[in-house]
Design a protein around this ligand. Structure first.
Ligand SMILES: Nc1nc2c(c(=O)[nH]1)N[C@H]1C(S)=C(S)[C@@H](COP(=O)(O)O)O[C@H]1N2
Ligand SMILES: [Mo]
Length: 390
C-alpha cells in the first residue's frame, strides 16, 4: 500500500465507471455545445441568486419570529419602526420573485452537469451530487409555494407556513454547503477575464431584463411609486372598500352583520363590557399605519379608535400584560391572536373603529379591529369580540 491510498479519506473512495455502452443520448461527449454552460456564467448568476435567496431567508426568518415568537423573544419584539414589517416582507416577496428567473437561468447554465460521465467518480462526488439534488428540489419547492401563496392559491395538502419555513432551512443549508464545496471554483471565476465573452454579456443582459420586468410589474403591490406598473401582482394596494385591499371578506368569515347587541368584552382583574357608544365616548386617537400582508402587498391608512393600552388599564392590567384577542368569526386561522406587551402598551396600537375618516367597512373588520405598528397583517385581527389579559 503506498502513502497516497493510506491517507485517502472515506469520501475519496473511487467508484467504478459504468461501461461505455451506456453512454448514449445526452450522456455522449460533446452533446452540449453552448459556451455559456461554463463556470464563469454560473458564478455570476450564482452571486445574484445567492444575494436574492439570502435576502429571502433573513426576511422570512424575521416574519416567522414576528408571527410565532419563542416565549423568550415574545416580549422583546420591537413595535418600531412602524413600517419595519412592511419593508422586510415587501423585500421577501420582491427578492423571491426576482429569484425565479435567476434560478431558471442558473439551472439552464449548469444542467449539462446532470449528464456528467461517469455519473459518480467517488463517494464524495456522489454525495455532492445528491446534495445538489436536494438543494435544487428545496429551492424549486420554496419559490413555487411562495409564489402560489402570493396568489392565495393553496393547492397542496400540507400547511403552507410550516412547510415554507422548514424547506427554507433546507434550501439555505444546502446553499451554504454548495458554496463551501464549490469555493475553489468560485474563487477561480470570481473576477472578470478580459476580453469577456460577447455571448455571455448578451445572456446576462437578457436575464437582468427578465428580473427587471418581473420585479417592476409586481413590486407595485407594496412600493407606492411603482403602483401603476403593477400588472401581475394579485393586489393593487389602493383597490378595495375604503381604498384598501381585503384578504378575507366579511362574507367569507360569516361576519357581514355584527350582532345588534355587540359589545366589546375585556377580561382581566376588573372585567367589563363596552357598547359602541361607550367606546366612542372614550378618548379617540389616530394612527397612520400600514397593513402588511405576508403575501407581499401592503397598504397604509389613517386609523382612528381607542388605545389598546387604555382598554387594558381600565381592566386593571399591569403594563407588562400580554393580550389575547378573539374575533367574532366562527372559525379561521386568524380568529385568535396573542399580542406581546410591547405592542399592547404602544400608544399607536389601536382598537380601530374608523379608517380614512369612515366607519369601518364590514370587510375591514366592523365593528372593531386591531391595528398595531410593525406587525404582520395576519395579526391585525378584524371583527374583534373579546380581549383577554393573559
Ligand atoms: N378575524 C380575522 N382577522 C383578520 C384576518 C382573518 O382572516 N380573520 N385576516 C388577516 C389578514 S391575512 C390580513 S392581511 C388583514 C387584512 O386586512 P384588510 O382586509 O382590512 O385589508 O387582516 C387580518 N385580520
Ligand atoms: Mo394577510
Amino acid at each position: 500500500m503506498n502513502d497516497d491510498t493510506s491517507r485517502r479519506r472515506p469520501y475519496d473512495i473511487p467508484l467504478p465507471t459504468p461501461p461505455d455502452a451506456l453512454r448514449r443520448g445526452p450522456l455522449r461527449e460533446g452533446t452540449f455545445r453552448s459556451a455559456l454552460h461554463d463556470p464563469r456564467t454560473a458564478v455570476v448568476l450564482g452571486r445574484w441568486l445567492g444575494a436574492a435567496l439570502l435576502t429571502c431567508f433573513l426576511t422570512g426568518l424575521f416574519s416567522h419570529l414576528l408571527q410565532q415568537p419563542p416565549s423568550w423573544l415574545a416580549n422583546r419584539l420591537p413595535s418600531r419602526p412602524v413600517s419595519g414589517y412592511q419593508i422586510t416582507q415587501g423585500l421577501h416577496v420582491i427578492s423571491g420573485i426576482a429569484a425565479i428567473p435567476l434560478l431558471g437561468a442558473k439551472l439552464w447554465v449548469v444542467y449539462p452537469k446532470l449528464f456528467e460521465w461517469p455519473p459518480a467518480r467517488s463517494v464524495g462526488h456522489a454525495l455532492e451530487r445528491l446534495g445538489i439534488a436536494v438543494l435544487v428540489a428545496a429551492m424549486l419547492m420554496e419559490l413555487f409555494t411562495g409564489l402560489l401563496n402570493t396568489l392565495q392559491w393553496y393547492v397542496w395538502p400540507f400547511p403552507f407556513r410550516q412547510t415554507h419555513f422548514w424547506v427554507g432551512w433546507l434550501a439555505t443549508g444546502g446553499l451554504l454547503l454548495h458554496i463551501a464545496a464549490k469555493a475553489p471554483l468560485i474563487a477561480r471565476h470570481w473576477r472578470r477575464v478580459r476580453p469577456g465573452l460577447a455571448q455571455r454579456r448578451a445572456f446576462l443582459g437578457a436575464v437582468t431584463a427578465s428580473v427587471a420586468v418581473v420585479t417592476l410589474t409586481t413590486a407595485g403591490q407594496t412600493v407606492p411609486w411603482l403602483r401603476h406598473l403593477d400588472l401581475f401582482a394579485p393586489r393593487r394596494p389602493d383597490l378595495g372598500p375604503q381604498g384598501l385591499p381585503v384578504n378575507r371578506t366579511a362574507a367569507q368569515a360569516g361576519t357581514t352583520t355584527a350582532p345588534a347587541d355587540w359589545r366589546l368584552r375585556v377580561d382581566g382583574p376588573q372585567p367589563y363590557e363596552l357598547t359602541m357608544d361607550q367606546l366612542l365616548a372614550m378618548p379617540q386617537y389616530e394612527a397612520e399605519l400600514p397593513i402588511a400582508c405576508v403575501e407581499g402587498w401592503s397598504a397604509t391608512a389613517r386609523w382612528a379608535g381607542v388605545r389598546v393600552a387604555d382598554l387594558l388599564a381600565r381592566a386593571g392590567a399591569p403594563a407588562s400584560a400580554r393580550l389575547r384577542v378573539t374575533s367574532l368569526e366562527a372559525d379561521g386561522p386568524y380568529r385568535v391572536m396573542d399580542m406581546p406587551a410591547t405592542y399592547a402598551r404602544d400608544p399607536l396600537t389601536l382598537l380601530a373603529l374608523r379608517v380614512n375618516g369612515q366607519v369601518l367597512d364590514p370587510d375591514h373588520g366592523y365593528p372593531a379591529r386591531i391595528i398595531a405598528p410593525n406587525r404582520p397583517g395576519v395579526l391585525q385581527t378584524k371583527w374583534v369580540a373579546r380581549m383577554e389579559i393573559l
